[in-house]
Ligand binder design. Structure first.
Ligand SMILES: CC(=O)N[C@H]1[C@@H](OP(=O)(O)OP(=O)(O)OC[C@H]2O[C@@H](n3ccc(=O)[nH]c3=O)[C@H](O)[C@@H]2O)O[C@H](CO)[C@@H](O)[C@@H]1O
Length: 374
């Protein structure tokens, strides 16, 4: 779409991506950042966040700088912790305003997470165009506060809830990193052996790990099945031992930096229903068994999951109904049901919006103006 010639016509921008915290917020920001750099290699993207170790590692791997501000979230906190968090806001706002001035920001992209708040607010106060990306069907608290100030609100789902000014809203989909989109080219149709990818979102999912471990001894198709399993840091050793004990072939890791090759191998993905995971599944046309995290704010993961389940692209098991025997039956059913999987895969693909980052960056250029540099 953007050939070399047209790429040169995009002017360089200084972009600040604000927020993050978990992979579900951060990775869409990395996808958008990459698209700005594709448009003009002289653009500069700075991430500003709370500086959690997860963010630092992911941004270092992706090659983007981050500056951190001292800020705490208020969600789920009470009493003194809320007061302390609120007291940090004025200093964080001043700090964020200083960072925006330092880098001569042309645009701020809020990707959700509490650290986006002061940066986006500072942008608004300084008159710097500010846009937000909302990944979930139910907008998060930070984004809800920022919506009135944002020039654009990029949403992932047509049925995104809440009061969003239709004049500002664009249904773009949730940006997926290009390395992951490349996995679409890796055919996973051999089904020999049938490969199940288990992912618990960016942090891993203890309940899913437990259920898979309980399922392993009950899987009938164990000779023809293999697993690629992301456990999160706490459960890695225990889960690896469970595969060894049953003799089922598996690659077990706390976290996969290279998700593309794992998605590429997967015939079925068993996972939470974080919005970025859902975006990746549908961009790649992967069939899934979704087990939404039951304590997500406003139960948004179940609503995210329903966007796939209602279209036949995924099946869903609520965590309260999750059991080893039920999961083992699922594995056997899917392993022996290529037609079912193929049908789910094409329905999943039909929901995907792999062009989301491009659409968002096109729109951002419209917003800030593009003076061609050729
Ligand atoms: C508990 C909670 O509230 N979680 C939220 C958090 O989820 P979480 O951070 O788990 O986010 P998602 O499931 O949406 O995305 C996970 C991201 O991590 C990546 N990944 C995962 C595993 C791995 O080994 N390697 C890897 O790179 C995935 O490719 C994906 O890009 O943000 C999402 C997006 O706002 C929300 O929908 C979730 O509800």
């Amino acid at each position: 779409m953007h050939g070399t010639e047209s790429r040169q016509a995009w002017r360089p921008l200084n972009v600040v991506v604000a927020g993050g915290g978990t992979g579900g917020h951060l990775f869409p920001g990395i996808a958008v950042a990459g698209e700005f750099i594709v448009r003009n290699a002289n653009s500069r993207v700075l991430f500003v966040g709370a500086g959690r170790p997860f963010e630092k590692k992911a941004l270092a791997l992706a090659g983007y700088p981050q500056r951190t501000i001292d800020i705490e979230g208020i969600k789920g906190k009470g009493g003194w912790a809320r007061v302390r968090a609120a007291m940090k806001t004025p200093a964080a706002l001043l700090h964020a305003a200083g960072i925006l001035a330092d880098v001569k920001a042309d645009l701020v992209v809020g990707v959700g997470g509490y650290a986006a708040g002061p940066v986006a607010l500072a942008a608004w106060l300084k008159g710097i165009p500010m846009v937000v990306c909302e990944q979930n069907t139910v907008p998060g608290i930070t984004n809800r506060m920022l919506f009135p100030m944002a020039r654009r609100i990029y949403v992932s789902f047509e049925n995104t809830r809440g009061k969003i000014d239709p004049a500002k809203m664009r249904i773009t989909g949730n940006p997926v990193r290009p390395q992951i989109l490349a996995a679409a080219a890796i055919g996973a149709d051999q089904r020999d052996p049938f490969t199940v990818m288990v992912v618990g979102g960016s942090q891993g999912a203890h309940a899913i790990n437990q259920a898979v471990m309980a399922a392993l001894p009950l899987v009938r198709s164990s000779a023809n099945i293999r697993f690629v399993h992301q456990t999160g840091a706490a459960d890695q050793d225990q889960v690896a031992a469970a595969y060894l004990k049953t003799g089922i072939d598996a690659e077990v890791k706390a976290f996969f930096n290279d998700m593309a090759s794992r998605y590429g191998q997967a015939d079925l993905v068993v996972c939470r229903a974080g919005a970025t995971t859902v975006a990746e599944l549908t961009a790649l046309g992967k069939p899934a068994l979704l087990i939404p995290y039951p304590f997500a704010a406003d139960n948004h993961q179940e609503l995210n999951a329903r966007t796939m389940v209602d279209r036949g692209a995924a099946q869903m098991v609520l965590e309260r109904d999750l059991s080893g025997s039920g999961l083992a039956q699922c594995f056997d059913r899917f392993a022996g049901g290529p037609d079912l999987l193929a049908d789910m895969a094409s329905r999943s693909r039909a929901l995907g919006k792999p062009e989301a980052a491009r659409v968002i960056v096109d729109d951002c250029y419209q917003l800030v103006g593009n003076q061609a540099c050729i």
